[in-house]
Design a binder for this molecule. Structure first.
Ligand code: OXD
Ligand code: MN
Length: 580
C-alpha cells in the first residue's frame, strides 16, 4: 500500500485484493448514476425521502449517533519525522500507521460494493486544480462527492493525462469508535479513513485532500491551501473586489459567503465563489489568485433561516441531502432556528416527546451543489480563479478582538493569522465554547508543522509587492450580559465596505499597537440600532487585555521551539513593545 506511481487500475486492483469487495463500481459522475445510487440507498434504508411536494429530491441520512463530527483525536499526520507533523498534529510513523490500517482494511468490503470515485478539486481545466481518487464502500459518500467535487469521467481523463493523483481509501468499517482512524501520508499523497461515515472524515476530497494533503503540496510548490471562503463584493458603481476569509468551523463562513445586503445598503451585491476552502497562487504579475476547489457545500443546518441566510435557506429546498436533522409531521426537515411547525422525530429517529436535547444534531449538515445557490458566481468555474484584494481572519471571541482592524503589512498579518483564537463549536467532537488557538483557522487542517507553515506564509512577502491587505474581524463581541454588540449577518457588509476602502487607500485609519483601526465615523451605521458608545467599545483596544493576549501568544509560540520563524517572533516582540 505504500508505493505511489500507480495507475488508477493498478491501485484499484490492489485495494480490491485487500478489501475483498463483492462488486466494484467505477463512478462516471452522471446524473443517472446519482439517481440510481439514491434509489439503491432508499431501498437499503440508508436514506429516507423527504416530502416531495415541498422538498423535491431531498433526502435524509441518519448517521450512527456516535459518528456525527470530525474526530480530531483520531486524525493523524504520518510523516517519517515526528517534527514534520508538528505539535499541531497527532503523529504516527508511516510504518505503524500502515500496519494498523492494513489490518483494519483487510476483508472489510466483503458483501459490499467498492466505489471508485475519481474527482477533481477545482475547475477541470484549471492549472491550479488537483485530482484524486477516493475508494469507498459507502454509496452515501459517492453521492456526496458528486455534489461536492467535479467527480467522474472528466476527472479520470485528467488523472490519466497527468499520471498522478491523491489516493484516498475509505471504509465505514463497523463504525466502532475504537476502530476509527483518519490517516494522512503527505509524502505518499495518500489518505486512509476507517470507521466513520461522517462528512469531514469520509468525504476525502474536502478536509483530508483539499486542506491537509494540499497544504503540504502547497508548501512544496509555493502556493497556499486555506480554510477560507471566497466572495465577490460589487459596489453600486459596478466595482468588484474579491475577498478571502478564514474563520474556524461553524463561525459563519457560509453565511458571510452568501450575505444578502440589507435594504440600507442599496446597490451592493455579494456573490459566492466558495464557502469553505480556497487555493491561492501568485500569478506571473505577483497578484494572488484564488480558486475554490469544491463544487458544493457541506454546511451546518441549525440556525439557517430567512433572516440569517436566505440564500442557503432557499438553496436547500430542493435536490439536497440532509444529514442528522429532525422531521416535522409533514416529513419535512426541521432544525433549531427554523421557525415553522415543530419537530416530531429527532435526528436519532426518536420521538421528540420522549427524547430530550436538540431535535436536530447541532452539527447536522446539508449537502448541495454550489450552483443551487441563488448568489452563485460563475467565476467559481473560471480556471484562472479570481484576484484577491483582501484576506480576513476571524474568530468567535466574546471579548478583546475589535470588530475590525488591519495589519500594518503582510508579515504583521501573518502574526494576526497565527494568533487566531476562537471558542470551539460542534463541528468537532469535544467540549463546545472553550477558547482555543486556531491559527489561520487551520488547527485541525494543516498537514504539517505550523512553524513551517507560518514560515511559508511569510515567504510570500519576498515574492510579491502586490499582496492583498490582511484584516481581522470579530462579529461575536458581547457585553457583560451576554448581548451581542454587533448585529452581524447582512450588516457585516458595512465592515467589508471599510475593508475595501482601506484596500483602495480611500479612507484614513488610526495606527494602534495591534494594527490600523477604523475611525468610528468611517463605519456606516445608518439605519442601525447601535449607539456611539457601543461602536466605540467595538473599536477599542484595551492595552492590558492585549498584553495578556500577547503573553498567551508567546506561550503558544514556545510550543514550536526554535522552529518558529525569526520574522514571526520579531512581529510578536514589536506588538508587545508597542503595547508599552
Ligand atoms: C467543515 C468544518 O465541515 O470546518 O467545513 O468542520
Ligand atoms: Mn470548514
Amino acid at each position: 500500500m505504500t508505493s505511489t506511481n500507480k495507475t488508477p487500475q493498478q491501485w484499484v486492483d490492489e485495494i480490491a485484493n485487500l478489501t475483498k469487495p463483492a462488486h466494484i463500481h467505477w463512478c462516471d459522475g452522471s446524473d443517472q448514476e446519482y439517481d440510481d445510487l439514491i434509489q439503491q440507498m432508499l431501498k437499503d434504508e440508508v436514506l429516507q425521502k423527504l416530502n416531495d411536494a415541498t422538498y423535491p429530491n431531498c433526502y435524509l441520512h441518519r448517521s450512527d449517533p456516535t459518528d456525527v463530527a470530525r474526530v480530531e483525536h483520531l486524525t493523524f499526520v504520518c510523516t517519517p519525522e515526528e517534527s514534520a507533523a508538528g505539535p499541531n498534529n497527532h503523529w504516527m510513523s508511516p510504518a505503524d500507521a500502515h500496519g494498523k490500517m492494513e489490518k483494519l482494511f483487510e476483508g472489510c468490503m466483503q458483501d459490499r460494493t467498492l466505489y471508485v470515485v475519481p474527482y477533481c478539486m477545482g475547475p477541470i481545466d484549471s492549472p491550479y486544480s488537483r485530482c484524486g481518487i477516493e475508494i469507498t464502500d459507502s454509496a452515501y459518500v459517492a453521492v456526496n462527492m458528486k455534489l461536492m467535487t467535479r467527480m467522474g469521467t472528466e476527472a479520470l481523463n485528467r488523472i490519466e493525462k497527468e499520471g498522478t493523483f491523491v489516493r484516498g481509501l475509505h471504509s465505514t468499517g463497523d463504525l466502532d469508535p475504537d476502530r476509527r482512524f483518519i490517516m494522512h501520508y503527505p509524502e505518499e499523497l495518500l489518505i486512509q479513513s476507517f470507521g466513520s461515515g461522517y462528512g469531514g472524515n469520509a468525504l476525502l476530497g474536502k478536509k483530508c485532500h483539499a486542506l491537509r494533503i494540499a497544504s503540504w503540496q502547497a508548501q512544496q510548490e509555493g502556493w497556499l491551501a486555506e480554510h477560507m471562503l471566497l466572495l465577490e463584493l460589487e459596489s453600486p458603481q459596478g466595482e468588484k473586489h474579491y475577498i478571502a476569509a478564514a474563520f474556524p468551523s461553524a463561525c459563519g463562513k457560509t453565511n458571510l459567503a452568501m450575505l444578502i445586503p440589507p435594504e440600507s445598503q442599496e446597490g451592493w451585491k455579494i456573490r459566492t465563489i466558495g464557502d469553505d476552502i480556497a487555493w491561492l497562487h501568485l500569478d506571473e504579475t505577483g497578484q494572488l489568485r484564488a480558486i475554490n476547489p469544491e463544487s458544493g457545500y457541506f454546511g451546518v443546518v441549525p440556525g439557517t433561516n430567512t433572516k440569517t441566510n436566505r440564500n442557503a435557506f432557499e438553496m436547500i429546498r430542493h435536490d439536497a441531502i440532509y444529514t442528522n436533522v429532525a422531521l416535522n409531521e409533514n416529513n419535512e426537515p426541521w432544525w433549531e432556528g427554523k421557525d415553522d411547525q415543530l419537530p416530531v422525530t429527532n435526528w436519532k429517529g426518536n420521538s421528540c416527546s420522549e427524547d430530550d436535547g436538540p431535535a436536530a444534531h447541532p452539527n447536522s449538515r446539508f449537502t448541495v451543489a454550489a450552483r443551487q445557490n441563488p448568489c452563485y458566481s460563475p467565476l467559481a468555474d473560471d480556471p484562472a480563479g479570481v484576484p484577491v484584494s483582501a484576506i480576513i481572519f476571524g474568530g468567535r471571541r466574546r471579548e478583546l478582538a475589535p470588530l475590525v482592524y488591519q495589519a500594518l503589512d503582510w508579515d504583521h498579518g501573518v502574526l494576526i493569522g497565527a494568533s487566531v483564537a476562537s471558542e470551539t463549536t460542534a463541528a468537532a467532537t469535544g467540549a463546545v465554547g472553550i477558547t482555543r488557538r486556531d491559527p489561520m483557522a487551520m488547527k485541525p487542517f494543516c498537514g504539517y508543522n505550523f512553524a513551517d507553515y507560518w514560515g511559508h506564509w511569510l515567504s510570500f512577502s519576498d515574492k510579491s509587492d502586490r499582496l492583498p491587505e490582511i484584516f481581522h474581524v470579530n462579529w461575536f463581541r458581547q457585553d457583560e450580559n451576554g448581548r451581542f454588540l454587533w448585529p452581524g449577518f447582512g450588516e457585516n457588509l458595512r465592515v467589508l465596505r471599510w475593508i475595501i476602502e482601506r484596500c483602495e487607500n480611500r479612507v484614513e485609519a488610526q495606527e494602534t499597537a495591534i494594527g490600523y483601526l477604523p475611525n468610528a465615523a468611517d463605519i456606516d451605521t445608518n439605519d442601525l440600532d447601535i449607539d456611539h458608545q457601543t461602536l466605540e467599545s467595538l473599536l477599542a483596544v484595551d492595552h492590558d487585555s492585549w498584553r495578556q493576549e500577547m503573553k498567551a501568544m508567546g506561550e503558544y509560540l514556545k510550543e514550536y521551539g526554535d522552529r518558529v520563524p525569526a520574522k514571526l517572533a520579531e512581529q510578536h516582540r514589536r506588538v508587545i513593545k508597542a503595547l508599552g
